[in-house]
Write a protein that binds this ligand. Structure first.
Ligand code: PMT
Length: 428
């Protein structure tokens, strides 16, 4: 971060106050921060505060009203090592997506040569709206990095997704970007995440012609499995599928074909490159994975597959009144990862997950070896905000040679992008 030039764009959102913490973190880490603010951003936070914290005059107009001197957005586009727009309102995101340049933040964005990171902030219904989602997707497709908003209480008192990610998490995301770039080329973060053919036309894509050229085909397992006890009960776990679906979306954004095999979840996936197979049990997931894997370049096994299932499911409901105390014999389910590790060809990569509660590193290393994985993604239930259910995860990627790469707590979408970026390095 030392000496990096960062343009921080601030738009009209109550989350503008979080920009103060962000500026302090960036300046403390040695970055030079140039704030550019929209007219409505100034309604939420004063340029005086921002100039004091950033130690630079804030840019908010195309020219200085006192002396007429020109504020060059083009110069900023060349000067910056990175542009961060935090908070990014629905309005600014929409204008960015459609090149509407009616303030200096937007002209700066359009002139920007450096990578752009966008941290949306808005009310949950605005965020969910298909127009907003389409605009965000459009920004992603241009290579911008979206720092997903968090879930929580919003200024409206409603609770949901739309809160701008916390400044500390945004700072970590940026710091991670710079540290990754130091070890690779300048544009590697977006290049690595976009390592497949970005010029793939969606209408061109045919699921029947896998493994052609650099267009990859990826099998992803997601969600829990339900192991039937009787027609109304099952053994299950807390997986929601969010991590697996984020991976599927991240792959699809690269233009990769995705075969998503998912257990029972309440998520939808409408990206045209994602083909979804719904299953219920470990046996069904095993059958689908074994069938699909030979046609794939990569498999990412993110599902929380039950390790045991009832030896025999009852065909009618077990009655509490007549059965009383009872016990059930459980037998192991097929280990899908281990089976794919056995079948894996030299031109295929296999990525697993390890969900741990204790002895995390040791258990993950053992799983990596036992299942013949190329790398494993460790997440621990001991880390707050990691694992099941929420929108965030804290992961460590462990390679087959034993090297470990820990990542900060981040959104599952951002974690998915990191995993795909790591995968891209392996593929190249
Ligand atoms: O779905 P979310 O709510 O977003 O939560 C995400 C997650 C916590 C489920 C995800 O991040 C995760 O950790 N997935 C793996 C969960 C798991 O089952 O871990 P494990 O350590 O028990 O299994 C190790 C690996 O073997 C995993 O890749 C698993 O998919 C695979 N496995 C396990 C058992 C089995 N019978 N077959 C398998 O393939």
């Amino acid at each position: 971060m030392q000496g990096k030039h960062i343009v921080l764009g601030i738009t009209g959102s109550i989350a503008a106050y979080k920009a103060c913490t962000l500026i302090r973190l960036l300046v403390k880490a040695g970055a030079e921060v140039q704030v550019v603010i929209t007219p409505s951003g100034k309604q939420f936070i004063t340029p005086l505060t921002l100039a004091t914290l950033s130690r630079n005059a804030v840019v908010s107009e195309f020219f200085d009203r006192n002396d007429g001197s020109w504020h060059s957005h083009v110069d900023l586009g060349v000067w910056a090592d990175l542009m961060l727009i935090a908070p990014a309102s629905a309005s600014t995101i929409g204008k960015m997506a459609h090149a509407i340049a009616d303030n200096i933040l937007l002209t700066t964005y359009l002139s920007m040569r450096a990578p752009v990171f966008v941290a949306p902030a808005m009310d949950l219904d605005m965020y969910k709206h298909p127009s907003t989602q389409a605009n965000i997707e459009r920004l992603r497709s241009f290579g911008n990095h979206i720092i997903e908003p968090a879930e929580g209480e919003l200024a409206s008192s409603l609770v949901g997704k739309g809160r701008m990610e916390e400044p500390e998490a945004i700072f970590e995301y940026i710091a991670q970007y710079f540290s990754s770039n130091e070890s690779t080329s300048d544009s590697s973060f977006s290049d690595a995440v976009s390592c497949a053919s970005s010029d793939v036309s969606l209408s061109d894509v045919s699921f029947s012609s896998p493994m052609s050229g650099s267009r990859k085909k990826v099998l992803i397992t997601a969600g829990p499995t339900h192991e039937r006890i009787d027609p109304v009960r099952f053994l299950g776990n807390h997986s929601t599928g969010k991590m697996g679906f984020a991976l599927a979306e991240s792959c699809a954004r690269q233009g990769w074909e995705v075969e998503l095999v998912t257990g029972p979840v309440h998520l939808s996936s409408d990206h045209p490159l994602i083909r979804r197979t719904d299953v219920e049990s470990a046996i069904q997931m095993h059958e689908a994975a074994i069938r699909i894997f030979p046609d794939c370049d990569v498999a990412i096994l993110c599902a929380a597959v039950a390790d045991f299932m009832p030896k025999q499911a009852e065909t009618t409901k077990i009655k509490r009144e007549t059965t009383g105390e009872w016990s059930m014999t459980l037998v192991p389910t097929p280990d899908i990862a281990r089976e794919l590790g056995r079948l894996k060809r030299s031109d295929q990569l296999l990525v697993g997950f390890a969900l741990e509660t204790n002895d995390e590193q040791k258990n993950a290393h053992e799983k990596l070896q036992r299942k013949n994985l190329d790398f494993i993604v460790l997440n621990s239930l001991r880390d707050k905000g990691a694992g099941f259910g929420g929108d965030t995860n804290k992961i460590t990627i462990i390679d087959a040679d034993g090297t470990e790469q820990p990542y900060p707590l981040q959104s599952k979408h951002a974690a998915a992008d990191e995993i795909i970026r790591h995968l891209c390095k392996k593929l190249s």
